[in-house]
Ligand binder design. Structure first.
Ligand code: FRU
Length: 482
C-alpha cells in the first residue's frame, strides 16, 4: 500500500480516537441510525448484501464537519438493524481520486465484490476532473483499487459522477449522473461485458432526452432498477425551482417509473415524483437482497443547506443515514416501508385503544421519550384536523378538509422560525413514526408518502401529545426503541 494511503488512514483513525468522547457526549447522538464516528457523513455508497452480510459504505470526511476529500467509511450488518463499523474502505490517496473518493456502488460477480466510484480531482485553479474507478474485494474487508476504468466522454462537463452498476442479461450496465455541455442534468448509460471496458450508450433521461424540457443543471446519484416489472430511475436533481408544495428543499431526490429498452437504449418514463416530503433526504441508493427485496437507504441530510448550523457540529459530527426502507410499486408509485427487521428495535410497548382526542392536547402513558416508534391505524374515520405535538419542537398535522399533511419544526438555524413541509393525500389511513434523539421519519399509509427530517428539541423535552379540532377516536400504539 502506498505511503500516502497509510498516512491518510492513520490520520483519520487518530481523529476518531481524539473525538470519540466528544461525539459520545452529544445528547443528539443517534440511538439507532447509522452516523459517522466523527466528521461529516454524506451519501450511502456501495450498498450490497455480500455473502449474506449487508455492507453499507458512506461518503466520509473524518477531518471536518464540512465537505472535502472524501473517504469511503464502512459499516456492515447481518440484520439491517445492528451495524458494525469497520476499517476505512477507500482513502483519497491516488492521482485519480486525490480530492475525494466520491460516491458509487457495489456489485458481486463470481464471488468477488467490485466497487465503482468517482475519483474527484481538482487542480490549483479549481478545474475538476472525473474518473470512474474500479475496486476489487475478495472478502468484503480488504479493498484493492484496480484503477480508472472510464474517462469523461466529450459530451459532458466534469460534473460526471456516482456510477451505479448492475447486471442485466449477459451484460453489466452503469448509470452515471451527468451534466451535458449545455449545462443540463442527465442520466447516462454504459455497458460492459467484463466490468473493465465500458461502452458509452448515451443519455437515457434528462433535458431533451425524453419528456423533460429542462430539469435541473445536474443530476447526482442515479440508480436504475427493476421494481415489480417496471424500471425505476432514482436520481437527485439540482436546480429545480420550488413549485407550490413541491421542490421546497434546496435539492431534490425522486424518481421516474418506466421501461428501459436495453437494445435501443430508449427509456420511456413518466413524471418525476419526490421520494420524501420532509427537510433532509438526499442521494438515496438501493440494493436487492437475498430475499429479493429492493431496499433503499438515503442520506438523512442535504448538501449546502446551512450545514454549518447543525448543533451536532459542536460535538464534531454531522449527518446520518435514514432507516433502510423496502420499496414496493403501488399504482405506479414507489412506496417505502421500514424493513421488517426494525421491529427488533422494539422494547416495551403500550396500546391505547380507541382513545378520545379533543381540543386540549393530551399525552398518553408510555407514548413519550426521544427514542420511540408510534403507530396509528384506521385513521380513515377522521373528519377534524388532528395534530401530534412532538417534544415541543415539531408537529404533524393532518387536515381532512384540504387533505394536506404537514410536518413543521423549529429551524435549526435560528432556533425560532417555524418551517413547514406538506404533502397532499387522498386519504389518511395510517401513520408510523420513528423518532430518534435528533431525527424523525414519518411513514404515511404504509409508505405512500414519507417525511424525513432532523429535529433538535431541547434535550429535556420528551413529551408527545395529541389533539383534534373536534372529537376523534384513535388507537395509539408506541414502543420504546433501544
Ligand atoms: C451527492 C454528492 C455526489 C458526490 C458526493 C461527494 O451528495 O455530491 O454527487 O459523489 O456527494 O461527497
Amino acid at each position: 500500500m502506498p505511503d500516502l494511503d497509510q498516512q491518510l488512514r492513520s490520520q483519520a483513525y487518530e481523529e476518531v480516537e481524539k473525538y470519540k468522547k466528544v461525539v459520545q457526549a452529544d445528547p443528539y447522538r443517534l440511538a439507532y441510525h447509522v452516523m459517522p464516528p466523527v466528521g461529516l457523513l454524506n451519501d450511502p455508497n456501495g450498498f450490497i448484501q455480500f455473502k449474506g452480510v449487508y455492507h453499507l459504505f458512506y461518503q466520509w470526511n473524518p477531518f471536518k464537519t464540512e465537505h472535502g476529500a472524501k473517504f469511503w467509511g464502512h459499516y456492515s450488518s447481518k440484520d439491517l438493524v445492528n451495524w458494525e463499523h469497520h476499517d476505512i474502505a477507500l482513502a483519497p490517496s491516488d492521482w485519480f481520486d486525490k480530492n475525494g473518493c466520491y460516491s458509487g456502488s457495489a456489485i458481486e460477480h463470481d464471488g468477488t465484490m467490485y466497487l465503482f466510484y468517482t475519483g474527484n480531482v481538482k487542480d490549483e485553479n479549481n478545474n475538476r476532473e472525473s474518473y470512474q474507478v474500479m475496486v476489487e474485494s475478495k472478502d468484503g474487508q480488504h479493498f484493492e483499487k484496480k484503477g480508472v476504468v472510464l474517462r469523461l466522454p466529450k459530451e459532458y462537463t466534469p460534473h460526471f459522477r456516482d456510477p451505479k452498476v448492475w447486471k442485466h442479461g449477459e451484460y453489466f450496465y452503469m448509470v452515471i449522473g451527468a451534466q451535458s455541455k449545455d449545462e443540463t442534468g442527465k442520466a447516462v448509460l454504459f455497458r460492459s461485458s467484463n466490468l473493465e471496458n465500458w461502452e458509452h450508450l448515451g443519455p437515457i433521461a434528462g433535458a431533451h432526452v425524453g419528456i423533460f424540457e429542462d430539469f435541473g443543471y445536474m443530476w447526482e446519484c442515479p440508480d436504475l432498477f427493476d421494481l415489480d416489472g417496471q424500471d425505476v430511475l432514482v436520481f437527485s436533481p439540482q436546480g429545480l425551482e420550488p413549485s407550490g408544495i413541491y421542490y421546497q428543499n434546496l435539492y431534490q431526490a425522486g424518481y421516474v417509473v418506466g421501461k428501459l429498452d436495453y437494445d435501443s437504449v430508449e427509456y420511456k418514463h413518466g413524471e418525476f415524483i419526490e421520494l420524501d416530503r420532509g427537510f433532509e433526504f438526499y442521494a438515496p441508493q438501493t440494493t436487492v437482497d437475498d430475499k429479493g427485496r429492493r431496499i433503499m437507504i438515503g442520506w438523512l441530510g442535504l448538501p449546502e443547506e446551512r450545514e454549518d448550523a447543525h448543533p451536532t457540529i459542536e460535538h464534531k459530527w454531522i449527518h446520518a443515514m435514514t432507516l433502510p426502507r423496502e420499496l414496493k410499486l403501488v399504482d405506479g408509485k414507489v412506496y417505502q416501508l421500514p424493513v421488517e427487521e426494525l421491529k427488533e428495535l422494539r422494547g416495551e410497548g403500550v396500546k391505547h385503544e380507541a382513545v378520545e382526542l379533543g381540543n386540549k392536547a393530551q399525552a398518553f402513558k408510555g407514548v413519550e421519550g426521544d427514542v420511540l416508534e408510534i403507530n396509528l391505524e384506521t385513521l380513515e374515520t377522521i373528519t377534524n384536523a388532528m395534530t401530534i405535538h412532538i417534544r415541543n419542537h415539531a408537529n404533524l398535522v393532518y387536515n381532512p378538509t384540504d387533505k394536506l399533511f404537514k410536518l413543521d419544526r423549529i429551524s435549526y438555524v435560528d432556533g425560532e422560525t417555524v418551517e413547514e413541509r406538506f404533502c397532499h393525500l387522498h386519504q389518511l389511513k395510517s401513520l408510523r413514526i420513528f423518532i430518534d434523539t435528533s431525527s424523525i421519519e414519518v411513514f404515511i399509509n404504509e409508505g405512500e408518502e414519507v417525511f424525513t427530517a432532523r429535529i433538535y428539541p431541547d434535550v429535556e423535552e420528551k413529551g408527545i401529545s395529541f389533539a383534534a379540532e373536534g372529537t376523534e377516536k384513535v388507537t395509539i400504539e408506541a414502543w420504546e426503541l433501544r
